[in-house]
Design a protein around this ligand. Structure first.
Ligand SMILES: *Cc1c(COP(=O)(O)O)cnc(C)c1O
Length: 401
């Protein structure tokens, strides 16, 4: 017996749920890419993309996923042999470091483990130790989607300033843009990377790099940027094709236009508040479940250090996998796998899972996913504390009072 028929819900940290409005906007034949409505529509994207990031700087768009966004940033930030300082608080920071290393960049990783926020004192010390200012840029994730740790970007900027180090600051907001508050210019961020399939609610396929004028000037003479990755022509194209160094991602652009309209209609502060409230509901449920079973627990202890778009939690192997399977096959909710959390001897990620609550999500989706998890815990006889659902509902009620 299964109760999974009905509209399924993909509650993973990307790709996220695609709104019907976005799907409808994309349902069209190939448009003319030389002149006409597509070109006019694309011109309207730039101001909204800047507003979304909180910047008056430049934006380059690429056909690609988040990994492409990393390579785009690397290719423009560095020359071969340049040095990068990477703050890693989970798998995604480490992966960005690997991508830089593979491109011939010398990478120093400050690894803070997988459950603790970055220690800005260590960052400042590492920068102070770089007496010859060889570090060209500091790379970090805003929210590392594997550990779900949120990095305090203003605190990082303050540490860089305190060290008096001129390195550029580049931030991966792939899991947080359109979910968690982010203010590129106010926070002193020089380069920001995102992709369209998480908070931006569009099918995977577009990557973005925002960059300040200062970053553009500093990186002008880099020798890593091939014609495809160079951000300059993409941000200041004279011809439409130069925006993508080839054919435009036509259909995706219509989807993105619609998604940006949705974000603008709701208003960014309200979008951030919605994610905070829904995350609060998820965290309240986990607090109750863990109270009855210490093997269950959110990966990040301090709520202030958690991203609001995704929650990672341990359930004790193999319960995470059992629960995910149950939720999907019995109740139509797909939860995310644990990523990069298990020791390498563990063949899979049976002890961790992630609940996505990013993008096109509302109270009934998040409360429904939690109720399904509660049913799964009961059906599978996984010990857990009581009252998770009323606690989650209480958070929603208080947010709306
Ligand atoms: C999803 C994600 C990535 C990778 O994006 P892909 O589209 O899977 O390549 C990188 N960084 C963060 C923080 C992410 O959430």
């Amino acid at each position: 017996m299964s109760l999974a028929n009905g509209r399924p819900y993909l509650a993973i940290p990307g790709p996220s749920v695609i709104p019907d409005r976005v799907l409808r906007a994309m349902h069209r034949g190939s448009p003319n890419i030389y002149e006409g409505p597509l070109i006019e529509m694309v011109a309207s994207l730039w101001p909204d993309l800047r507003t979304l990031a909180g910047t008056t700087g430049h934006v380059a768009m690429y056909i690609g996923n988040g990994h492409a966004g990393w390579e785009a940033a690397n290719a423009n930030l560095y020359s071969r042999g340049d040095k990068a300082l990477v703050l890693a608080v989970g798998q995604f920071g480490l992966s960005w470091a690997n991508s830089a290393r593979a491109m011939g960049i010398e990478v120093e990783v400050l690894d803070f483990g997988k459950s603790s926020p970055a220690d800005m004192g260590r960052v400042e010390a590492a920068l102070r130790a770089d007496l010859r200012h060889e570090i060209k840029a500091v790379l970090t994730t805003h929210v590392d989607t594997a550990s779900t740790i949120k990095t305090d970007i203003p605190a990082l900027r303050a540490a860089m300033d305190a060290a008096g180090h001129p390195a550029l600051l580049a931030v991966d907001c792939i899991a947080s843009l359109g979910c968690d508050e982010f203010r590129m210019d106010d926070w002193g961020v020089d380069v920001m990377v995102a992709a369209c399939q998480k908070g931006l609610m569009t099918p995977p396929g577009l990557a973005f790099v925002w960059f300040s004028e200062a970053a553009r000037l500093r990186c002008d003479k880099g020798d890593l940027a091939t014609p495809y990755w160079a951000w300059g022509p993409r941000a200041e194209a004279e011809e439409f094709w130069q925006l993508w160094n080839g054919t435009a991602p036509t259909t995706h652009l219509y989807g993105l236009r619609e998604a940006l309209d949705m974000l603008r209609e709701e208003g960014l502060p309200q979008v951030w508040a919605r994610h905070r409230a829904l995350a609060g509901a998820v965290w309240a449920a986990f607090d109750c479940w863990s109270a009855g079973n210490p093997a269950i627990g959110m990966n990040v202890a301090d709520p202030a250090c958690r991203g609001t778009s995704v929650t990672a939690a341990r359930f004790g192997a193999p319960h995470a996998t059992r629960l995910r399977d149950w939720c999907e096959t019995k109740a139509g909710v797909t939860l995310g796998i644990g990523l990069g959390m298990a020791p390498s001897t563990d063949p899979a990620y049976h002890g961790y899972l992630r609940v996505g609550h990013m993008g096109h999500v509302n109270a009934h989706m998040t409360l429904g996913a939690l109720a399904v998890m509660e049913a799964g815990l009961a059906a599978l006889d996984i010990p857990h504390g009581p009252d998770a659902l009323s606690a989650a509902a209480g958070v929603v009620a208080r947010a709306l009072r």
